[in-house]
Design a protein around this ligand. Structure first.
Ligand SMILES: [Zn+2]
Length: 265
C-alpha cells in the first residue's frame, strides 16, 4: 500500500512545493508521512464537512486547494471551522494536504486548467523566472468574440452566476489572460502583454478604476475560477495511483443575490 510520503513526492514532482508563494503553506499540514492509504479524496476547502465525508468514505488522505492552516494557530478548538476540521482529521487519522499557490503556478495546475476551460489555445505563462512559470497564463480564443458573447461564454464555461467588470474594450476578444483566485495585483504586467481581457477574481473597486482606460478586467469569482482544477488533478492522480479517488464537494461560501431573478433559480 502506498504511504503519504510517496503521495507528497508525486505531488512535489508535478506541482513543486517550492513554486508556492512565500506567504503560503503547502504540503502535508496535518498527519503522518508514514501513514498508508488505499484511497484519496480531493476537495476545494478542507471544511469540517469535507473531513466528515472523508471519514464516511473511509479515506485517509484529503487533498485541498486552500490550506487548512494558513496563519499561526493559537488554539485548536471546535469553535472555528479550520480548527474543527483539524480536530476531526486528527481524531480519525486523516492526513490533510494542501496544494495551493504551487498548484496555481505549475504546468497543468489551476491557471492552465482555467485557460483550457475557457477554450484558449497556445496557452503560455506570462513570463518565467529561473524556469518557474508566472502564475498568469495567456492564450487565444480560436476566433475573436464580441464582448457580450465573451461574457456569456465565461459564465457558461465557469458556472459563474454573475460577473463584475470595468469598461469593456471596444475590440473583439481574442487574446486573454487568466489568474484564478486573487490575481488583480498583476494587472499592470498583464496590460503590458497586450491582451483583450483579463479574467481573475476578488477585484477591488480601485483596481477596476485604475485599469479602466487600459485593461478590461473581469471578476468571475474566486471559487469559480479555481475549482475546475480538481477534476484534472483527479485524472492525473488516477494515472499514477491505483486507488479510488473521490471528489468531495465543498460549497462556495459566496452566495449571489441577483435582483429580478427570484424564484427562477
Ligand atoms: Zn483560492
Amino acid at each position: 500500500m502506498p504511504n503519504v510520503a510517496k503521495l507528497i513526492n508525486w505531488l512535489n514532482e508535478n506541482f513543486p512545493l517550492h513554486y508556492a508563494e512565500s506567504f503560503d503553506n503547502v504540503g502535508l499540514l496535518v498527519g503522518d508521512p508514514t501513514a498508508p492509504f488505499d484511497s484519496i479524496a480531493l476537495t476545494f476547502d478542507a471544511t469540517p464537512e469535507a473531513v466528515q465525508q472523508a471519514v464516511a468514505l473511509n479515506t485517509k488522505v484529503l487533498i485541498s486547494h486552500h490550506p487548512v492552516i494558513f496563519q499561526g494557530l493559537k488554539t485548536i478548538t471546535p469553535f472555528e471551522r479550520n480548527q474543527k476540521a483539524i480536530m476531526s482529521a486528527i481524531k480519525y487519522g486523516i492526513n490533510l494536504i494542501a496544494m495551493h499557490t504551487n498548484l496555481d503556478r505549475a504546468t497543468g495546475g489551476v491557471n492552465d486548467v482555467l485557460a483550457q476551460r475557457l477554450g484558449l489555445k497556445n496557452i503560455m505563462p506570462l513570463s518565467e523566472n529561473d524556469g518557474i512559470p508566472h502564475l498568469i497564463r495567456i492564450g487565444e480564443l480560436p476566433q475573436g468574440m464580441p464582448v457580450d458573447d465573451f461574457l456569456q461564454w465565461v459564465c457558461v464555461r465557469l458556472n459563474s452566476k454573475t460577473l463584475r467588470h470595468n469598461n469593456p474594450t471596444s475590440r473583439a476578444i481574442k487574446r486573454v489572460a487568466v489568474c484564478g483566485g486573487s490575481g488583480s495585483q498583476f494587472w499592470r504586467e498583464v496590460h503590458q502583454a497586450n491582451v483583450d481581457a483579463f479574467i481573475t477574481a476578488d477585484v477591488k473597486y480601485h483596481t477596476f478604476w485604475d485599469a479602466q482606460d487600459s485593461l478590461f478586467i473581469i471578476d468571475a469569482g474566486h471559487y469559480e475560477t479555481e475549482v475546475p482544477v480538481l477534476q484534472n488533478l483527479r485524472n492525473q492522480l488516477s494515472e499514477t495511483f491505483n486507488v479510488p479517488i473521490h471528489l468531495i464537494h465543498s460549497e462556495n461560501p459566496v452566495k449571489y443575490f441577483v435582483y429580478g431573478n427570484q424564484g427562477n433559480d
